[in-house]
Design a protein around this ligand. Structure first.
Ligand SMILES: Cc1cc2nc3c(=O)[nH]c(=O)nc-3n(C[C@H](O)[C@H](O)[C@H](O)COP(=O)(O)O)c2cc1C
Ligand code: SF4
Ligand code: SF4
Length: 367
């Protein structure tokens, strides 16, 4: 049994997940299957998805903290109920190569989540395959060398040719070595560190989003704001507009890696200040409990680690929003901006985007 049509939905910060989606699009073309690549932020799944075993639905997205990014999870929840529609997921993960040493990425829960959620909506999962693509977390490390990027991409393409043929001829892709590796780590994570993905979703990505700022090279063109898949950047200021990162940034790093002026930084010295704002929240939270308990002794009955975390979060979100607002106004002063820029390692890192993927590719549908 083969397919007649395929809808390939993708989310991609730096082009890796777009590339694996494009490879599938090409494979469909060579088999005479009509396919479409659709960025999830402009998709309308209720109108687009048809329930038929002739049609294949594919989701391609990066792994963030061993999970799909939050906007991909929201998209999965937004997908309509469709009995019998075939679904396949393609998470990409960050691979490092240092000479002969290859460090594969790990997608963990990202490779399983749609297959767990979507059967409740009537879908028929056909498996998953996660691809090692060049690691893109430029807020932590510099871009890999061109040679290593090419080697990783060549291996990924070889893998795509093999698994896409299998998938498009109608065979499921479940018990491969790749998937057993992913399921092993995913289940281990869920059993031993179930709080890790929750902490990443609630706090980690919020923290990383609030690290971002534009250095003095910014010309205020607004390309970063227009191309953010989450609408997480607003340009502030009439005379001298600068990008302002909002709470819904998912740290996909599109803005950082596609800015032509190399103006977007993930502030490391600023992150140290954010870290202290975070840590000071714990004694503050304990003090709030102690103070409140003097007046309402019943509070001692509900004082446990869970309520401490909740009160800490109630402090943390507004504290970060206020701190970021102050920071944003400070970096408008050029000498201060220069201090934060030169104490930020990303200023010295090379940027990365998948070599053949343009910003235009990431923004539009392709048939
Ligand atoms: C915030 C963030 C978190 C990441 N977490 C992981 C991870 O948990 N495991 C992994 O293998 N790669 C991780 N990566 C690497 C990316 O998933 C990988 O490079 C992916 O191919 C990027 O795809 P894109 O260009 O389509 O956004 C992370 C990258 C970022 C920016
Ligand atoms: S950060 Fe880059 S893309 Fe964004 S406004 Fe400034 S120059 Fe333009
Ligand atoms: S603001 Fe930048 S890093 Fe954040 S979601 Fe948008 S493009 Fe990605």
């Amino acid at each position: 049994m083969g397919y007649k049509k395929a809808k390939i939905y993708f989310l991609s910060g730096t082009g890796n997940s777009y590339r694996v989606a494009a490879w599938l699009h090409e494979a469909c073309g060579s088999k005479g299957i009509t396919s479409e690549i659709i960025p999830i932020n402009i998709a309308n799944p209720k109108e687009e998805i048809e329930a038929s075993p002739d049609n294949l639905i594919v989701l391609a997205y990066p792994t963030h903290g061993l999970l799909p990014p939050w906007s991909a999870v929201k998209f999965i929840f937004k997908m309509p109920f469709k009995k019998g529609a075939h679904i396949f997921c393609v998470p990409t993960r960050g691979c490092f190569r240092l000479g002969p040493l290859v460090v594969p990425g790990m997608a963990g829960i990202a490779s399983m989540l749609p297959a767990i959620i979507l059967p409740f909506k009537g879908y028929h999962p056909r498996g998953s395959v996660s691809f090692d693509m060049p690691a893109n977390m430029i807020s932590l490390h510099s871009r890999l060398s061109d040679k290593n990027i090419q080697r990783i991409l060549t291996n990924a393409k070889r893998k795509a040719d093999k698994f896409y043929q299998r998938l498009l001829s109608g065979k499921p892709v479940w018990f491969t070595l790749n998937n057993l590796w992913e399921y092993f780590w995913g289940i281990l994570l869920l059993v031993f560190y179930p709080l890790f993905p929750i902490a990443y979703l609630l706090l980690g990505r919020f923290f990383m989003g609030k690290m971002m700022f534009a250095n003095n090279n910014c010309i205020g063109c607004g390309v970063c704001a227009k191309s953010c898949p989450n609408g997480a950047i607003v340009m502030k200021g009439k005379e001298n507009p600068l990008p302002y990162w909002r709470y819904n940034c998912e740290h996909c790093l599109r803005c950082m890696n596609y800015c032509q002026q190399k103006a977007v930084e993930a502030g490391h010295s600023w992150a140290i200040i954010l870290y202290f704002i975070w840590v000071w929240g714990y004694p503050l939270t304990a003090y709030i409990f102690k103070f409140a308990a003097d007046y309402f002794p019943q509070i001692n009955y509900i004082k446990n680690w869970f309520t401490l975390v909740i009160v800490h979060a109630i402090y943390l979100y507004p504290a970060y929003i206020i701190a970021y607002f102050v920071f944003f106004n400070l970096i408008r002063i050029k000498p201060l901006n220069r201090i934060f820029t030169y104490t930020t390692i990303t200023h010295f890192y090379r940027r990365y985007n998948e070599p053949e993927t343009t910003l235009k590719d990431l923004l539009n549908k392709k048939q």
